[in-house]
Design a binder for this molecule. Structure first.
Ligand code: SF4
Length: 389
């Protein structure tokens, strides 16, 4: 099957039509149809997102009412950065190569294994392994090999969901990453391994503005990133986690339409899908700050939650506790943890902005964050705290 492609002009035209419809009486009709359980088209979902006639509270109530039966349920994992070195130049990111203000750190394999053991003792059964993205050559090969070793170490320690966020890979690099992973007779990997590559923005002009255009920059190739899940799928992976960094591009209607198209393509390829919606945050050495309001975030999460229920929305504790509490009834995954390199202790974590990719606002221990939702009656998959809930 051909890799994913975006028809940017068609999406922009669809967004314009949705913006016009959002001002009409049709928006209220669409909200009633969504509340009654109808599956809306992408264009209709964009109308709801953009309509000043449909209150955010109404969209959130629809999303909550349409969650799967069986009571509130979340899944969780924690991030584990293996390094904060990166060869790319994304303007909004503290890890970008030219950020001299960042304190660079890389964890060796022994440290990574120690971190996995700490996370496991603290009850986590899901972990995301993160690095930067690198020029082709020996250093890139070494970092992919480190990620592969960390992946095997996580599986050996009983993690039942491992996510890999190490940039867009070539086919041959997937062979390195997955060399130690068991497969079934068809070549499909057996464990639940998720490839994470957030497009950040689906608008190529905005992408070029932040991620650059110099072909020497390993992150500048928009299309190579867009098709990364297709190569992951060809390599036997069956879970994908695309995402939008809210705030890079001001047109949320366009981002929603593009993300929905991407989810549909991945589902057609037989992949399970998570969707991440981080908001742009403060980062070391960069002037870019968040530009998406709490209200806009709640609207886009609500519309995705009921509009694409087959894709679990992922929210991290980059969001402060008050916003988490509003979003949790609508989302599928909450990820507590730190963006520092190998930051975990037996009871907490380091959160130094001068050594991290982005600022995380919730510094409470993982146990306090997840414990709050357990106490409220939420079932949390892939979390087994010592002593039980
Ligand atoms: S967003 Fe990713 S690829 Fe870009 S500079 Fe940061 S770590 Fe590197």
């Amino acid at each position: 099957m051909a890799g994913f492609r975006l028809d940017v002009e068609a999406l922009e035209a669809a967004r314009e039509r949705a913006a016009a419809r959002a001002l009409s009486d049709e928006a209220g009709t669409l909200a009633r149809r969504a509340a009654s359980g109808d599956r809306l088209t992408d264009d209709e979902l964009a109308v709801l997102l953009l309509s000043p006639r449909v209150a955010t509270a109404e969209l959130m109530a629809i999303a909550c009412a349409r969650r799967p039966p069986g009571g509130p349920r979340l899944e969780t994992f924690s991030p584990l950065y293996l390094t904060n070195e990166c060869d790319a130049e994304c303007l909004m990111c503290g890890m970008r190569h030219t950020n001299d203000a960042l304190v660079r750190e890389t964890a060796d394999q022994e440290t990574v294994e120690g971190q996995l053991e700490i996370l496991r003792r603290r009850g986590l059964r899901g972990v995301a392994l993160l690095t930067g993205e690198y020029h082709h050559g020996p250093f890139r090969r070494a970092m992919i090999a480190r990620a592969a070793a960390a992946l095997c170490a996580a599986l050996a320690r009983g993690f039942t969901h491992v996510l890999v966020n190490i940039g867009a890979l070539e086919a041959v690099e997937y062979a390195t990453l997955l060399a130690g992973v068991p497969r079934d007779a068809t070549g499909r990997v057996l464990p639940r391994l998720t490839m994470c590559t957030f497009q950040e923005t689906y608008q190529p002009r905005a992408y070029a503005r932040f991620m650059g255009t110099n072909p020497e920059n390993p992150r500048s190739d928009f299309l190579r990133r867009l098709t990364n899940f297709d190569r992951a799928c060809d390599a036997g992976m069956w879970v994908a986690n695309p995402g939008v960094l809210l705030g890079l591009h001001s047109d949320l209607g366009f981002e929603l339409l593009a993300l929905l198209a991407h989810v549909r393509h991945l589902r057609t390829r037989g992949m399970e899908v998570y969707v991440s919606l981080p908001r742009l945050r403060r980062a070391s050495g960069t002037p870019y700050a968040g530009a998406v309001s709490d209200d806009e975030l709640c609207r886009v999460v609500a519309v995705l939650s009921f509009g694409a229920p087959e894709a679990k929305v992922v929210i991290s504790t980059r969001e402060p506790p008050a916003i988490q509490r509003q979003l949790v009834p609508m989302i599928g995954v909450l990820t507590p943890g730190s963006p520092g390199v190998a930051p975990y202790t037996e009871t907490g974590a380091r959160f130094a902005l001068e050594a991290s990719q982005f600022e995380v606002l919730d510094h409470r221990p993982i146990e306090a964050i997840l414990g709050e939702y357990l106490k409220a009656g939420v079932t949390i998959d892939r979390y087994e705290p010592a002593g039980g809930a």
